[in-house]
Design a protein around this ligand. Structure first.
Ligand SMILES: Cc1cc2nc3c(=O)[nH]c(=O)nc-3n(C[C@H](O)[C@H](O)[C@H](O)COP(=O)(O)OP(=O)(O)OC[C@H]3O[C@@H](n4cnc5c(N)ncnc54)[C@H](O)[C@@H]3O)c2cc1C
Ligand SMILES: Cc1ncc(C[n+]2csc(CCOP(=O)(O)OP(=O)(O)O)c2C)c(N)n1
Ligand SMILES: [Mg+2]
Length: 581
């Protein structure tokens, strides 16, 4: 599989095909080998034509799953993921997945069928204005109502999805456009070359100013974001950090873009970031933001954010510059290209007292960490995640759902490689984990995949267990079962006087549920059972589900209350009563 594998369609002379055939031929030309979808009346001509093309179609159980699979595929591979759905409810079911991809800048192309063009606007059966509905959550979208426009629209969609700041694109094709015929000429359908945004020009003076700020800084911190892996700038970021001896703090979506084991890696910043990382940012005299967008989960309240620091922002989307945080120098462009221009201007420096200061501020935190406490018989999520990391040697692709378990997965895995920690950051979409993991498995069939899901979010898309079985793929599923919508329960505990309204959760027996799908599994209740259970899952020939019955009322620490300053963190109580039970 690979987007480089151009088909014969690229060289053959124009052929008369139906719009449906053109759709597939264009996807083949774009190197697509894999799509995730669900059929229905308005997309049936497309499904009818599928057998003629070398593309594997994964039948999902809900269109939301198709969009998340395409997204997981894109995140794991760096290529465009493709989802297909019918009109009306099929198309609207995609919306959560499209918004998820939009908020995290993921290149996905969604193709929907629509009613015939003469019925558009008549409230025809299963007609919705999906281009209207998805306008705010797509980078761009198309309504195609004749066969000859199919190939240009799809090729343009691929270009838009991948260029500049990546994002989702929707192509809505009416049924008559699928059934009508046109000449297919892949090369002639090529879009005009992508014109970079006119602001994407890095001025010499800005580069010089950035280099000078770096040179003169005494307490710099590099903020490493998702744009690093999207740009493929891992080496350049590392070179900058090492040359100027700048410690590196990572966003949730940046994890893995700078190796956890690197001596300059501080860890995650933000609402559930490490305390010493947030303090370092607040004390810094220079922030070098690389491919990150100063999300509110990262900054805390803006009025008190890093007030002592000058700021350099390297960012491909001009709309992100000065949006949340006002910066001193903006270098607008592709991160890798900008860093290649900046690096020759940066002089080597010795390790500074600043790094030692941050190091010493870690204090005894590690000693108090739950995972280091002696086995009290109780099972904490921290144990589970730390052990999965340890046992897999950190080599697995970890795909999470959303909630406390997601934050623990960020904290207790040591993320060494890009594209190996897949999680919904911006939209925070519960139900994302299981389908995104299926997409990731198709992108990286040789890799070990672990889904980390909460008991709540897992139930939102658990129907995709059948997809796993139908496709015969191996995925290890870890449910962090705390009997609560844990992250919301935590907010209720901290900010709503422990009024646990609508957060205690009755769930099915997940092991029996998996069994009903033909997937083996087992429950794990104590720390002593943990390692053997993880090994059992790994050595099972197919998918395996582990239901980890963890402490019910554990919380994620540190935590910055919404609206507080970055340094105003709630810390784990020194004698957390949970540890005594
Ligand atoms: C329950 C929960 C808790 C969370 N807590 C935290 C937390 O504690 N800490 C935290 O960090 N996050 C947290 N998040 C995630 C947070 O909401 C954001 O999703 C995350 O901080 C965004 O990271 P980012 O800016 O690196 O990535 P993105 O939002 O993906 O932004 C990437 C930026 O890079 C730019 N870019 C893309 N490609 C390029 C390129 N080629 N060159 C240059 N620039 C490029 C984009 O334009 C964009 O501005 C949490 C999420 C949830 C659901
Ligand atoms: C689709 C959706 N609905 C609601 C929320 C709000 N929300 C965020 S975390 C969370 C609780 C998740 O519970 P669970 O899946 O059990 O994970 P845990 O926090 O317990 O690890 C909720 C309801 C959300 N993020 N997504
Ligand atoms: Mg839960």
């Amino acid at each position: 599989m690979g987007n480089n594998a151009k088909s014969e369609a690229t060289t053959n002379p124009p052929t008369r095909l139906t719009g449906a055939e053109i759709m597939w031929a264009t996807l083949v030309g774009e190197g697509v080998t894999q799509v995730f979808g669900y059929p229905g009346g308005a997309i049936l001509p497309v499904y009818d034509a599928l057998r003629k093309f070398p593309i594997h179609h994964v039948l999902v159980r809900h269109e939301q799953g198709a969009a998340h699979m395409a997204d997981g595929y894109a995140r794991a591979s760096g290529k465009v993921g493709v989802a297909i759905a019918t009109s009306g409810p099929g198309a609207t079911n995609l919306v959560t997945g499209i918004a998820t991809a939009m908020l995290d800048s993921i290149p996905v192309v969604c193709i929907t069928g629509n009613v015939s063009s003469k019925l558009l606007g008549s409230d025809a059966f299963q007609e919705v204005d999906i281009t209207g509905i998805t306008l705010p959550v797509t980078k761009h979208n198309f309504l195609v109502n004749q066969a000859e426009d199919v190939a240009p629209a799809i090729r343009y969609a691929f270009q838009i999805a991948q260029s500049g700041r990546p994002g989702p694109v929707l192509v809505d094709i009416t049924k008559d456009a699928q059934q009508g015929t046109a000449n297919f000429d892949f090369d002639a359908a090529k879009p005009r070359p992508h014109r970079p945004h006119p602001m994407l020009k890095v001025e010499e003076s800005a580069l010089a100013q950035a280099a000078e700020l770096i040179q003169n800084s005494r307490r710099p911190v590099l903020l490493a974001g998702h744009g690093i892996s999207e740009s493929g700038a891992m080496e350049q970021v590392r070179a900058l950090a090492e040359r100027a001896q700048v410690p590196v703090a990572l966003t949730l979506l940046g994890l893995g873009a700078f190796p956890a084991s690197h001596p300059l890696n501080l860890g995650m910043m933000g609402m559930h970031g490490e305390a010493w990382v947030n303090h370092a940012i607040q004390e810094a005299d220079l922030l070098i933001a690389c491919g990150m967008r100063f999300d509110d989960r990262v900054t805390g309240t803006l009025a008190t954010y890093a007030t002592k620091a000058r700021k350099i922002h390297i960012e491909v989307d001009p709309a992100e510059v000065n949006k949340n945080v006002k910066v001193d120098v903006a270098l607008v462009g592709d991160l890798r290209e900008v860093l290649e221009q900046l690096l020759p201007r940066v002089n080597s420096r010795e390790g500074s007292a600043w790094i030692k200061t941050i190091e010493s501020s870690k204090g005894a935190v590690a000693v108090h960490d739950i995972k280091n406490l002696p086995d009290s018989g109780h099972l904490y999520a921290a144990h589970v995640l730390h052990d999965i990391w340890r046992i897999t040697g950190g080599k697995a692709i970890v795909v999470t759902d959303v909630g406390q378990h997601q934050m623990w997965a960020a904290q207790y895995f040591h993320h060494e490689h890009p594209r190996a920690f897949i999680t919904s950051g911006g939209l925070g979409t519960m139900g994302y984990g299981l389908p995104a993991a299926i997409g990731a498995k198709f992108a990286c069939p040789e890799k070990e995949i672990w889904v980390i899901a909460g008991d709540g979010g897992f139930q939102m898309t658990a129907s995709e267990l059948s997809t796993i079985v139908q496709e015969g793929i191996k995925i290890n599923i870890a449910i962090i079962n705390n009997g609560y919508l844990g992250m919301v329960r935590q907010w209720q505990e901290f900010f709503y006087e422990s009024n646990y309204e609508a957060t205690p959760l009755v769930s099915p027996d997940f092991v029996k549920l998996a069994d009903a799908h033909g997937i083996p599994g087992c429950a794990v209740r104590t720390r002593s059972e943990l390692a053997a259970a993880v090994e059992r899952a790994r050595s099972a020939p197919g998918a395996f589900l582990l239901n980890f019955m963890v402490e019910k009322e554990d919380s994620v620490y540190p935590m910055i209350p919404a609206g507080s300053a970055l340094h105003e963190m709630i810390r784990r109580p020194a004698r957390d009563p949970l540890m005594e039970t």
